[in-house]
Design a protein around this ligand. Structure first.
Ligand SMILES: Cc1cc2nc3c(=O)[nH]c(=O)nc-3n(C[C@H](O)[C@H](O)[C@H](O)COP(=O)(O)OP(=O)(O)OC[C@H]3O[C@@H](n4cnc5c(N)ncnc54)[C@H](O)[C@@H]3O)c2cc1C
Length: 339
């Protein structure tokens, strides 16, 4: 029988991220009778208490100030300690940047294997099976492995977040591994929340296409107004910003660009595949290499001048054949008025 460890790290402030809670739902889907939660962080009790009602039969923790921040050496040592203490054969972890960096090394240390970007877990023919996409999300595969321990990193957005009861969880703290570190975390520099345009947790994905920088009906380009409308929409709705390849590539060609857009915003075959519940594409043609990045966006709408665009040919649920400048002016007014 598999011994399952649900392995998480707290955020710097001791809380658990939404991805952790979603991955807990994935671990629960395996239906193990005896499974453990392993927590790494500076103060792990609040996180354990939040998960007290999840059904785990054991709560383990590696607790030390050194685990407050992401750092490969300490994360890998703490994760290794928890895996050994639990005797886990199957380790389920959220696909956070921190775990994606540290856990493959831990799997190697323990002689196990790791699979990343899992989108579903299930028991198939009495063994755990992992679903993940291949070839830029075009094919879906279900795989099993004989090697143990098997580490599986589950993508955010693939499961609903765990919302079960809290309580008091009795935590067994393991001896903190003493590792030599060369990296000292002196602080974190990150863009202000308002400047941050990529928001995986947002309810809406707002996508801007190259049309925003093209000549409009009056024969002129209105890139400045385009940027104001897009940023106005983002500020008012806290949506996440995506872009088409044509738009994010424009800066490299020295053309009029939207400064808020970088290659990190690109959605599609050679870009990102976000998982927002709703998406709104504007001034974007909806070609297949772009729309393939919308695979996991549940409800899709588009505003395009072209009634023959890709969105109108079955790629979107609703298409507004309209001038996106006009539409977004109204939408922004309504968003501001509704605040
Ligand atoms: C190998 C390969 C990989 C690729 N990977 C990606 C990828 O990852 N992501 C990606 O996005 N693309 C990708 N592409 C490119 C993709 O095929 C398209 O060229 C690109 O998505 C087009 O971008 P666009 O729709 O923004 O621009 P355009 O095709 O120029 O479309 C602009 C649209 O805006 C509309 N428009 C203009 N003004 C307005 C207005 N005022 N109101 C409303 N609508 C307006 C126009 O009618 C037009 O439909 C890839 C291509 C290849 C060959």
């Amino acid at each position: 029988m598999e011994k399952i460890l649900f392995l998480v790290h707290t955020e710097a402030d001791g809380t658990l991220s939404k991805t952790v809670l979603e991955t807990l739902s994935a671990a629960q889907a395996l239906g193990g009778e005896e499974w453990a939660v392993g927590i790494i962080g500076g103060d792990t009790q609040p996180a354990a208490d939040q998960l007290a009602g999840c059904g785990a039969t054991q709560f383990l923790a590696a607790e030390h100030q050194a685990f407050t921040h992401s750092r490969y050496a300490t994360d890998a040592a703490a994760a290794e300690g928890l895996c050994r203490a639990s005797g886990a054969t199957l380790v389920i972890a959220p696909h956070t940047a921190r775990w994606a960096r540290a856990l493959p090394g831990v799997a190697a240390r323990l002689g196990g294997r790791v699979d990343t970007h899992a989108t579903a877990l299930a028991i198939v023919n009495a063994v755990p099976a992992v679903t993940r996409c291949f070839y830029r999300q075009r094919m879906e595969g279900i795989l099993t492995r004989s090697q143990r321990p098997w580490f599986v990193l589950v993508e955010g957005g693939a499961y609903p977040a765990y919302d079960g009861p809290g309580g008091h969880a009795p935590v067994e703290k393991i001896a903190v591994p003493n590792v030599a570190t060369r990296t000292t975390v002196t602080g974190i520099r990150a863009p202000e929340a308002e400047e941050q345009t990529i928001r995986p947790d947002a309810k809406l994905l707002f996508v801007a296409g190259a049309g925003w920088t093209k000549k409009q009906a009056d024969g002129a380009i209105h890139a400045q107004e385009a940027e104001q409308l897009i940023l106005g929409m983002l500020h008012a709705s806290q949506a996440s910003l995506g872009g088409s390849k044509s738009l994010v590539d424009l800066s490299g060609e020295g053309q009029t660009v939207l400064k808020c857009m970088t290659h990190l915003n690109q959605i599609g075959q050679t870009g990102a595949t976000p998982r927002h519940a709703k998406g709104l594409a504007t001034c974007c043609h909806g070609e297949e290499p772009h729309v393939v990045g919308w695979r996991f966006v549940t409800e899709r709408r588009a505003v395009s001048l072209d009634p023959n665009c890709g969105w109108a040919r079955g790629k979107a649920d609703v298409v507004y054949v309209a001038d996106a400048f006009e539409v977004m002016r109204h939408v922004n007014q309504m968003l501001v008025a509704g605040r």
